[in-house]
Write a protein that binds this ligand. Structure first.
Ligand code: ZN
Length: 463
């Protein structure tokens, strides 16, 4: 029996992609269990299905696949707008060492991870993101109960977003400069956390939550640790997520005599199951390494701008056939429309070329390419019979008509996450009428605020 029939809306299928996918006025999507039973005109779909349990009228609204964020750190929510001494942040190194590590990750607790992840997942769902790829970072939360990944998974399970989650493997010692000393024992703890989680949430387990092994970076790990991480990922066939080349290439060349892509290729880390995050300072040879290893790239333009890291050469990546998806790192709002629009615009400005990243390509990056990067394109990333029912319904706030010929422009130029009305993940209406159905929004926010206060106090901030 059909569970939901969403009908009367303007459907963007994105199958086989945004440019050539069917756009259907007065369209409908039928959902049975966690799958899409039928997609087409309302008439076509109503003929195909049995009487639905619930009808959702979507007249004047847009029905489309949910957005896919392929890189973030949800616990970073606790550090949003923290009034730290910004005069200490003079370079990207300072931002990493102090803002990222000392003032945030190293004082993050499992309770903080749980509260922030619930809040972030809620906000992401409410603004149209249905899938997220998450790296949890919090070295001093290891060994506690729940563990960092357990805390993250509890929150994700409760709120209802789809996620792949890993804990960063790093030899970095909290409180010690990475230029002074690294410790393989620290990495062992991270590997163990990933192993335990992957044993519980292996890929293709039929649920919404899967493990994906996470590595911090080439420069905070030894060859040996990087190789071990690849071995663990291969054992579970879970794929890898790793930050690559957000810092100047010269640093790696000085340390290893090689660039990050060269090091990672030698260790076997790179592959078609790898999501490489940032990827800013790359040489032609580095790009060739990425190309021959079919690496997926997570593009995070807003964080890269904040850190003054430069602009990743996404147009070139797309030209050489790399799969590029969109990430956000959780430094700003959790509304994917902001990251999406920034990505849509920045390459035009940076290259003084308005032809770069046309609207249909921007949508592919933010939805289909992300699903492909996570190895989930057979399940999500478009509206197609038999795929998982992960979709959003937008009530467009537009001063001009939203119709098949203007839909893609509307999404690139005008759409904002607050216009999302309903969100289905795995066939379940997790947001309905703009409200989260899986929890109490006020309680989730209050708990997050409490944990943010606790973390800020650890930094000596009076509240
Ligand atoms: Zn990151």
């Amino acid at each position: 029996m059909t569970d939901f029939l969403i009908k009367g809306g303007l459907i963007m299928t994105m199958e086989p992609d945004a440019l050539s996918g069917r756009i259907i006025p007065n369209g409908a999507v039928a959902i049975t269990g966690n799958e899409i039973e039928a997609v087409g005109t309302t008439e076509e779909v109503e003929q195909k299905i049995s009487a639905p349990r619930q009808v959702v009228q979507a007249d004047g609204k847009i029905i489309m696949p949910g957005f896919v964020c392929i890189h973030t750190h949800m616990p970073y929510v606790l550090g949003h707008n923290m009034p730290v001494d910004f005069s200490q942040l003079k370079s990207f190194w300072d931002m990493l060492q102090k803002m990222g590590w000392e003032w945030l990750e190293d004082i993050t607790t499992p309770e903080g991870i749980y509260a922030a992840t619930r809040y972030a997942a809620m906000k992401m769902l409410k603004s149209g993101t249905t899938t997220v790829c998450e790296i949890v970072e919090g070295p001093n939360a290891l060994g506690k109960t729940p563990s960092p990944l357990e805390a993250s998974a509890m929150a994700v399970d409760e709120i209802g977003i789809r996620a792949q989650i890993g804990f960063e493997v790093t030899e970095r010692i909290p409180g010690v400069s990475i230029l002074e000393k690294l410790s393989p024992e620290m990495a062992e703890k991270g590997l163990e956390e990933n192993f335990n989680f992957l044993s519980r949430f292996p890929p293709k387990n039929g649920g919404r939550i899967e493990g994906r092994l996470a590595i911090h970076e080439a420069y905070t790990n030894s060859f040996n640790t990087l190789k071990k991480a690849r071995e663990l990922a291969d054992r579970f066939k879970c794929g890898i997520q790793i930050h690559v080349a957000e810092i100047p290439r010269a640093f790696l060349v000085e340390k290893f005599g090689k660039s990050a892509p060269q090091v990672l290729e030698e260790c076997g880390v790179l592959g078609s199951d790898t999501i490489a995050v940032h990827c800013i300072d790359l040489s032609d040879e580095d790009f060739e390494i990425f190309r021959r290893n079919n690496v997926n790239v997570a593009h995070t333009p807003m964080t890269n701008s904040l850190g003054g890291n430069g602009v990743a050469n996404v147009p070139h990546m797309l030209e050489i056939g790399l799969n590029v998806g969109l990430g956000h790192d959780c430094f700003f709002t959790l509304d994917i429309s902001e990251y999406f629009r920034y990505m849509y615009l920045i390459h035009k400005a940076h290259n003084a070329n308005p032809m770069l990243i046309p609207p249909f390509q921007a949508l592919d990056i933010a939805i289909r390419n992300g699903a492909k990067a996570m190895g989930l394109l057979n399940e999500i990333g478009s509206l197609k019979e038999g795929k998982k029912a992960d979709l959003i319904v937008i009530d467009p706030d537009s001063p001009t008509p939203v119709m098949p010929s203007s839909l893609i422009s509307f999404l690139c130029s005008t759409w904002q996450g607050r216009q999302v009305e309903h969100v289905f993940v795995d066939g379940r209406p997790v947001v309905f009428g703009g409200r989260l159905t899986t929890g109490n929004e006020d309680e989730i926010k209050a708990e997050c605020l409490k944990e943010a206060k606790n973390l800020w106090k650890r930094n000596g901030i009076e509240i």
